[in-house]
Design a protein around this ligand. Structure first.
Ligand code: CO
Length: 136
């Protein structure tokens, strides 16, 4: 999975929790002019991807009341939910996290909405920001 030429750690996407895609999407797509890109649903949420240069904005609407997005919106209201960084070597990065005492929410990478391997870090270990790591 390691690319031959390292690209360095990059912002991959910013996940924004919304109450309803139908209400939020027109602002991002039609007013700001971001282009929709197809993504899979993930973690009990419907996800709309919007290209914003290389990174995406992902609008996350809970489908399942027990899903992480539903719990986030119920507790804190809609808003920025997480930031995803893509890294050159996800396994090595997770190992560095473990050695540094960073609490992992996913001990092993799993497949995320973009079809790439992802893993989440606990916000307690990252200054209060839910961080997702992914392959490029
Ligand atoms: Co994400």
């Amino acid at each position: 999975m390691t690319p031959s030429t390292p690209r360095g750690t990059r912002v991959s996407h910013i996940g924004i929790a919304v109450e309803a895609l139908a209400e939020s999407l027109p602002f991002f797509r039609d007013v700001l002019g971001l282009t929709e890109v197809p993504l899979d649903d993930s973690d009990g949420a419907s996800i709309v991807g919007l290209s914003a240069g290389e990174p995406l904005v992902e609008l996350l609407q809970a489908d399942d009341p027990a899903s992480p997005i539903a719990r986030f919106v119920a507790k804190r209201g809609p808003g920025i939910h997480h930031i995803c960084f893509s890294v050159d070597d996800l396994d090595a990065t997770l190992d560095r996290c473990r050695k540094a005492g960073v609490q992992l929410l996913d001990e092993k990478p799993r497949i995320g909405a973009e079809g790439k391997r992802i893993a989440f870090l606990h916000p307690k270990s990252t200054g209060g920001v839910l961080v997702e790591l992914s392959d490029h």
